[in-house]
Design a protein around this ligand. Structure first.
Ligand code: ZN
Ligand code: ZN
Ligand code: ZN
Length: 502
């Protein structure tokens, strides 16, 4: 019954057995966990844990629901939380952040991967012809707000500057920083660093992005020889975008930009002739470099600023298998999807550098600017301090245009249905009908004839004790390790097999 946490026996709870990402318990908490594991309720608890896939912070609900056939009004099935081993229904927290819940975050990354992958090469109800439309992977950055310690591929950090700044700090750094050097991303001099501009830029970054997409549409229209207002008659621009924090606490945007044909009821029309992925990449670079946004200061003493993206920007064609271009310059759909999915689960506290003096000073600047804006009654900075934990960034971490791909909701509903089918087969002892499973996965939700009626009451969030949370985190870590080993074994097997053939 303890399958979910195979190696979690009482003697594995000391610092010498620490599992990455799982807090080491105090002696008292460790004792509590030991007696909990020996208690009669522990089996029920592991069952509840398994049902939420080792979620570290599940929602607890009490109530019941009936599934009704909408054609006949008949109650097809009924469910009550009283049937659950612990008397409450646990639901995954669904948090995308790895620092909050490794398990849900992993699930989210997997869903994101499929969403992005489907927008690149089709699949999951997205037609394969989408792969024929030009696609570009672009990264736009924040500008510099001051010199920070960096890694430069085996070269020294900032070797060429001379002397000291007005605060007496050296302007140069001759170190070759290691990857985990806590100095990385920290300014050479905190007093020279323009924290106010950093925060103001970050606050307006979503608007800057919007300006960028407008500039992009204008350039595309020009290249296609139509007025910008009539671009929709020949082409649409689809994108999926992810915001990523850098160590210096500024965000980058990574985006997949795809050119589709005109908007039609069916969606996914072939792109118009005249613009290939390389030309698209050029225009994206041009748009990113040209976009400007003038924003007000927080009060009369704070100047208006003209915001732009950083000079470091990248836009590259993504080739799908069916295109036969130069393989050296290509990015595969899998690479891009995995990359974006990974960053979608990170946020400010996942850069590994939340406790740095630099991040603390950014947060303090957010609060100070918020105060000043409030006192001055200046518009545009409402609720700024609410976003101090995000270092002033209020945008979404992952967004997509409506027609880029399927939605996360569709993927989640499909997975729930698949799980139900698999569970049924397991219970009946019958083999799983893969064709039926596939058909079910792709079935349109509109076809559903059942309706779920429920009355639910929120009981609470999270496990009851730190010990339970630690067990959940440990189980998630074990499951992850197990999946990794499994994947490696499969890889080794594949390599062995293909080696045997050649
Ligand atoms: Zn969770
Ligand atoms: Zn340095
Ligand atoms: Zn200085």
């Amino acid at each position: 019954m303890h399958e979910t946490i195979p190696a979690l026996f009482p003697d594995t709870f000391g610092p010498e057995h620490a599992i990455e990402g799982v807090p080491v318990l105090s002696e008292t908490a460790g004792e509590q966990v030991k007696s909990f594991m020996a208690s009669p309720g522990f089996d029920s608890w592991t069952e509840a844990l398994a049902r939420v896939g080792n979620c570290a912070h599940p929602i607890r609900l009490r109530g019941r629901s009936e599934t009704v056939d909408t054609a006949t009004g008949e109650i097809v099935s009924a469910y009550s939380s009283e049937d659950e081993p612990l008397g409450v229904t646990h639901v995954r927290c669904g948090n995308r952040r790895a620092s909050v819940c490794p398990s849900c975050s992993r699930l989210y990354a997997g869903d994101m991967f499929h969403l992005i992958r489907a927008g690149i090469s089709g699949g999951k109800t997205v037609p394969e012809q989408v792969a024929e439309n030009p696609l570009v992977f672009a990264t736009v950055t924040a500008p510099s707000f001051g010199t920070v310690h960096t890694r430069r591929n085996g070269r020294r950090c900032h070797p060429t500057s001379r002397g000291r700044c007005e605060h007496g700090e050296p302007r140069s750094c001759h170190a070759m920083h290691a990857e985990d050097d806590p100095q990385l991303g920290q300014p050479l001099c905190g007093d020279c660093y323009d924290y106010a501009s950093h925060v103001v830029w970050q606050w307006w970054a979503p608007d800057l992005w919007r300006r960028f997409t407008i500039a992009l549409r204008r350039l595309f229209a020009h290249a296609l020889g139509v007025p910008a207002t009539r671009l929709g008659e020949v082409a649409t621009v689809q994108y999926a975008k992810v915001a990523e924090y850098q160590l210096r606490g500024a965000i980058h945007f990574h985006a997949l930009v795809r050119l589709d044909g005109p908007k039609t009821a069916g969606g996914f029309e072939p792109a118009p002739d005249g613009l290939d992925a390389d030309q698209l990449a050029l225009l994206i670079r041009e748009a990113a470099a040209s976009v400007r946004l003038t924003v007000p200061g927080v009060d009369v003493d704070d100047p208006a600023r003209v915001l732009a993206f950083g000079r470091q920007l990248d836009a590259r064609a993504v080739r799908t298998d069916r295109r036969t271009d130069d393989p050296d310059r290509t990015l595969s759909p899998e690479q891009v999807a995995a990359y974006l999915a990974k960053y979608a689960t990170k946020s400010a506290d996942d850069t590994g550098a939340t406790d740095t003096a630099h991040h603390a000073r950014i947060r303090a600047t957010v609060r100070a600017l918020d105060d000043r804006a409030k006192r001055a009654g200046h518009d545009g900075y409402e609720l700024l301090s609410k976003w101090s934990h995000m270092l002033g960034f209020r945008g979404h971490f992952a967004t997509k245009s409506r027609r880029y791909s399927i939605t996360l909701g569709t993927i989640r509903r499909s997975r729930r249905r698949a799980q139900a089918l698999l569970a049924q087969a397991k219970e009946d002892g019958t083999p799983v009908d893969l064709a039926a499973l596939e058909a079910d996965l792709l079935a349109d939700d509109d076809d559903e004839t059942t309706l779920v009626l429920g009355r639910w009451e929120f009981v609470g969030a999270g496990w009851h004790t730190d010990g339970e949370r630690t067990l959940a985190l440990a189980a998630a870590a074990r499951a992850r390790e197990y999946a990794r080993e499994k994947a490696q074994q499969n890889k080794a097997k594949t390599q062995h097999n293909s080696g045997g053939r050649s």
